[in-house]
Design a protein around this ligand. Structure first.
Ligand code: CP
Length: 322
């Protein structure tokens, strides 16, 4: 693996999930793999799970990890080619990225979308410029459109549950991604990425449900059934992934009248006693009710725990190539 930006960097999803589960069973088995290697974690935006789980994974592999909060501690970076830098930006990515490539063996980057211009966000300028200029492998810690380490952790979580409760051969699990209300406009990254990974995996029935106007970019939803009726979508679901995202077509906008989409126990009564997933952080009693989040079927803490093993599996693959 050269970089980890999306599911397209993965040769086999099942093999990578199995590797992550091996890391979970024996966290220090590859303690020498990262020995003498140093990783930079560059944050343009806040994080709890991503920054800590990736550092823990690096430590398990014997690698040093240095966190740099670019947004708060670094020079304001310029990403536009050929621009006259007589404004607020101080350093061009063409100069900064190669320098960081001198300091680190792997660079991990978190950069959220501005949610103002779809073309600009979906061009993934920040992460692509780091790939172009840093000269070392790049790992996405969530980019403008995707969150691949979260999706890998989600796949690990789903497969763990499936391994514990095997189905009769020929039967399929049903996974539902449901839109949820929120007080502010959020990126589409987690939803895009989850749809991309579940679609590429292809071993479950996959339904996405949302109010009209929240259609995701269809490059990520090719293998999903889209339903506007949440109750219909939830029928017989085994896994329900809850997530808000802002509109793609009316880019970055939210409609504040969609509160009835909050997931409750009553809505879940038509599911197959579904397991509940969310990437966190979550707005309680806005996206999901307390009763759902605090129920035995909630997988949210397990998902967050599995972020370590997702990161460790990916970093192991990259370390083998450098
Ligand atoms: N799920 C997730 O990426 O969490 P953080 O934003 O806290 O890293």
């Amino acid at each position: 693996m050269q970089n980890f930006i999306s599911v397209n960097d993965v040769v086999g999803i099942n093999a990578l999930v199995d590797q992550a589960l091996k890391c979970k069973a024996n966290p220090f088995s590859a303690k020498e793999l990262g020995s003498g290697k140093r990783m930079g974690l560059l944050f343009f935006n806040p994080s709890l799970r991503t920054r800590i789980s990736t550092q823990v994974a690096a430590t398990n592999l014997g690698m040093e990890a240095i966190v740099f909060n670019v947004d708060k501690e670094g020079w304001a970076l310029e990403f536009e080619e050929g621009t006259v830098m007589n404004g607020t930006t101080v350093e061009h990515i063409k100069d900064a990225a190669p320098v960081m490539g001198q300091y680190f063996d792997i660079l991990c980057i978190r950069t959220f979308p501005a949610l103002k211009n779809k073309e600009a966000d979906y061009a993934e300028t920040v992460i692509n410029q780091f790939i172009k200029y840093a000269g070392v492998p790049i790992v996405s810690l969530e980019s403008a459109t995707l969150h691949p380490l979260q999706s890998l952790a989600d796949m690990i979580t789903i497969k763990e549950i499936m391994n514990q409760h095997p189905l009769v051969e020929g039967n399929q699990r049903k996974i539902v991604l449901t839109w949820a209300p929120h007080v502010k406009a959020l990126p589409q990254c987690v939803a895009n990425s989850f749809a991309q990974w579940v679609g590429a995996w292809g071993e479950a029935e996959f339904v996405i449900t949302h109010p009209k106007g929240y259609e995701l970019d269809d490059r990520f939803t090719k293998n999903a059934t889209i339903l506007y009726n949440q109750d219909e979508a939830l029928k017989n679901a085994d896994f329900v992934y809850v997530k808000n995202w802002s509109a793609v077509h009316d880019y970055g906008k939210i409609n504040t009248d969609d509160h009835e989409w909050m997931l409750t126990n009553k809505k879940l009564s038509v599911t197959n006693s579904a397991k509940i997933m969310h990437c966190l952080p979550v707005r309680r009693n806005v996206e999901l009710s307390d009763e759902v989040l605090d129920s035995e079927n909630s997988l949210v803490t397990r998902q967050a725990g599995n972020r370590v093993w997702a990161a460790q599996a990916v970093l192991s693959e990259i370390l083998k190539t450098i």
